[in-house]
Design a protein around this ligand. Structure first.
Ligand SMILES: [Zn+2]
Ligand SMILES: [Zn+2]
Length: 353
């Protein structure tokens, strides 16, 4: 008999979950982080599928440089960009975190791009990701990083979900997803949008070979897309600094951000309803997902964008951060006197001390 699943929240999901003035939980969540010994039940279909995707993608990379037309490579990148925005702005920031609201045309566009990137249907993506935030790094987290880098990257998709994860998912509020017809009418278009459409276009419009068209804009592009999202779950939960909350595993990882668009993961887990990737305006401006949401807001398609005030961020970084915050990390050995002088101008406490 598996142990009775009774997951305890280890993170905030919505503003309503917060218990302290600086928008955190009123307990030390570091003691909840764990991974009990567990017998895995393998999902062989997924294992063989991932194996095929990665072997075929390796050949796809070879074809990119040896025989593909340039139009095919550019097309693959553009499809990838649309999928990344569909998942980053759609499944993640809109449907999982409700960090902004979107009018129906924008929701339909994001649904189409998300479907093209196919990483489960929107409903399952959002439910699993809400579970990930609420029970981060516990046994109820679908990709619990306490089980190691490979498990949190893709291992979790190669085995059946544990009773704790299933129970965690059942306790997540999902009414808003059931109520959104755009979310619930999704999966039917997946094979066409994700696999057929990106293969046919290059053959029809610029006479690409079927093999190149299938392996580059379809298989390689798809495999890159899933690995990018997986890397946030794995690398950004292990490597990097924790300037906002050191009790959480998620970290700020600039390398993950450069490759994966998301990577300021300590900020994101500390304030998940903030539509921005980070508090730094320039880094947000360089993040395609955030640029896209900002553009849609200017066009009136996105509205009620949520952010966290600098004052709250400061309070939180000072109370729970690991001391590496660029403004308030006074105890970090890497924070030199020169840097303190430079940034001290904006640190009122330091100035008046
Ligand atoms: Zn995470
Ligand atoms: Zn998230």
């Amino acid at each position: 008999m598996p142990p009775q699943a009774d997951p305890t929240p280890s993170g905030v999901l919505f503003e309503t979950d917060t218990q302290t003035p600086d928008l955190g939980l009123d307990k030390d969540v570091s003691i909840l982080k764990k991974a009990r010994p567990r017998k895995y039940e393998y999902v062989w279909f997924n294992i063989m599928w991932f194996l095929f995707l990665h072997v075929a993608s390796a050949y796809g990379i070879y074809l990119v440089f040896t025989s593909a037309k340039w139009q095919t490579n550019v097309f693959a990148f553009l499809v990838h960009l649309c999928c990344a925005i569909g998942i980053g702005a759609g499944s993640h920031r809109l449907w999982t975190h409700r960090s902004f609201k979107a009018k129906t045309p924008l929701r339909i566009l994001l649904m189409i791009w998300q479907t093209m990137g196919f990483q489960d249907c929107i409903f399952e993506w959002a439910r699993d990701h809400r579970t990930h935030h609420k029970y981060a790094d516990t046994d109820a987290d679908p990709h619990n990083a306490e089980r190691g880098l490979f498990y949190s990257h893709m291992g979790w998709l190669c085995v059946k979900k544990s009773p704790e994860v299933l129970e965690g998912g059942r306790r997540i509020e999902l009414k808003d997803l059931y109520d959104d017809p755009v979310v619930m009418h999704y999966l039917k278009m997946m094979p066409i949008l994700c696999f057929v459409f990106p293969t046919i276009i290059p053959v029809y419009f610029w006479n690409e070979t079927w093999l190149n068209a299938f392996l580059i804009p379809t298989i390689l592009r798809y495999t890159c897309g899933i690995n990018i999202v997986w890397s946030v779950n794995s690398f950004a939960h292990v490597f990097g600094y924790r300037p906002y909350d050191k009790s959480l595993n998620p970290r700020e990882n600039i390398a993950v951000w450069m490759f994966c668009v998301e990577g300021f993961h300590n900020y994101h887990h500390t304030f998940p309803w903030d539509y921005r990737a980070t508090e730094h305006p320039i880094l947000n401006m360089l993040t395609p997902t955030i640029m896209f949401i900002d553009l849609m807001a200017k066009l009136g398609q996105a509205y009620d964008l949520k952010t966290v005030t600098p004052e709250i961020i400061k309070q939180r970084a000072q109370r729970t951060g690991d001391g590496t915050h660029h403004l308030w990390g006074w105890d970090d050995p890497e924070f030199t006197e020169k840097m303190k002088l430079r940034y001290g101008i904006t640190n009122s406490e330091r100035k008046t001390a």
